[in-house]
Design a protein around this ligand. Structure first.
Ligand SMILES: Cc1ncc(COP(=O)(O)O)c(C=O)c1O
Length: 379
């Protein structure tokens, strides 16, 4: 191998972007509108065109995107929000920040996304559980794990039937598809992240919220700037400082130009991996009508530690997303969940492994990675 294999190769991406990204940043430096400059609105329009969602409100991070979406839906004390225990902490953290209560629902063993059947059962059994006394279920946040959209057809239908709202945690899934629709346009609202390692990442923190509902979007625009009304010194609700920097917006506009070709490369790499690893590991199931954005290429492997050592010894980076499901995290200990409550999320956390899938992996690197895994698991 000529150069070390990177888990995410932003340097190779920077070479492809060439001067374009620097020119976009220079433009911001010369106009000097660092807060809510014209690039912020240009990016929002481009993301609306890209996803098909009518309204896009950019913001300071994926965490803020989720928080603002919940705030726009007036989620607060006395409310319960269903979500997956197999996700990054931010998904459930924002529910607690607003004084509401996360109610975890186990994942599907094949897609690793929230299981619609278990979701329906959790709603039906909700009031039988003494833990839920005094709580009203309001909303569900399915997570598009590793870039694969959750089963929104089923989840939206169940949520609708029980008058619950649906917020897509699409932090990892911008660019993915479910049927004819793109992530960002699959539920009442969606949140995404532009953290540098995400499929569309900026050079710092950033995020966006998507919706087709004009009144929800009006609230988001207000919440983003301290609950502003007609101007920023008229404050009509409690909000946050949740703005996306103009410089980050300029970087994202530049990166959007190559995003579709990057997504195609991720898909090609995923196909190669799947062909070569099928039967050796348990691959994430991608339903026929879905295209993942492949934020991560992850599979289940019973002897994970030994495979990680083999990969390490061949200088191949790997990562465990996520080693502990949220219901077992000390941060949520007051919710009184215990080991065994969500067996699928627990088993997946114990056996999941992610390998490099950035768009700049060469065929030689893909072969080297798959051969190392094959040799390790066949021995
Ligand atoms: C599923 C999920 N939700 C939310 C977030 C939070 O995004 P950010 O890091 O931009 O705040 C992340 C980021 O890692 C994530 O993976």
């Amino acid at each position: 191998m000529k150069k070390p294999i990177e888990f995410i190769d932003l340097k190779a991406q920077a070479v492809v972007l060439g001067d374009d990204i620097k020119l976009s940043m220079d433009k911001v430096l010369s106009h000097g509108k660092f807060i809510m400059g014209p690039e912020v609105y240009e990016l929002e329009k481009k993301l609306s065109d890209f996803t098909g969602a009518k309204y896009v409100t950019s913001c300071a991070s994926g965490t803020d995107a989720l928080l603002m979406a919940l705030m726009a839906m007036d989620i607060g004390p006395g409310h319960a929000v269903f979500t997956s225990p197999f996700t990054f902490i931010a998904t459930a953290e924002v529910i607690c920040l607003l004084g509401a209560v996360p109610v975890f629902v186990d994942i599907d063993e094949n897609t690793f996304n929230l299981d619609p059947e278990k979701f329906e059962k959790a709603i039906e059994d909700f009031h039988k559980n003494p833990r839920h006394r005094g709580l009203a279920p309001k909303c569900v946040i399915p997570v598009d794990i590793f870039g694969l959209p959750a089963d929104y057809k089923a989840i939206n239908e169940i949520a609708d039937h029980h008058q619950l709202k649906v917020i897509e945690d699409g932090a990892q899934s911008l660019g993915s598809r479910s049927g004819e629709k793109m992530a960002g346009n699959l539920a009442d609202m969606a949140a995404t992240s532009f953290f540098p390692a995400k499929p569309l990442g900026c050079y710092g923190d950033g995020g966006a919220i998507f919706t087709n509902d004009e009144s929800l979007n009006e609230k988001l625009v207000s919440i983003r700037v301290h609950g502003m009304g007609r101007h920023k010194y008229e404050n009509i609700r409690i909000g946050i400082n949740g703005r996306l920097d103009t410089l980050q917006a300029a970087i994202l506009i530049s990166k959007l130009k190559i995003f579709e070709s990057e997504l195609k490369k991720r898909e090609m790499i995923a196909r190669k991996y799947r062909e070569k690893l099928d039967g050796l590991v348990q691959l994430q199931k991608i339903p026929d009508n879905c295209l993942s954005s492949w934020a991560q290429f992850s599979f289940l492997c019973r002897d994970r530690n030994s495979l990680i050592s083999q990969l390490d010894s061949q200088k191949i980076p790997s990562a465990v997303y996520y080693p502990k499901p949220l219901h077992l995290q000390p941060a949520f200990s007051t919710l009184n969940y215990k080991k065994g409550d969500f067996p699928v999320a627990e088993t997946v956390s114990e056996t999941i492994l992610s390998i490099p899938i950035h768009p700049y992996l060469s065929d030689e690197e893909i072969d080297y990675i798959t051969e190392t895994i094959q040799n390790s698991l066949r021995n």
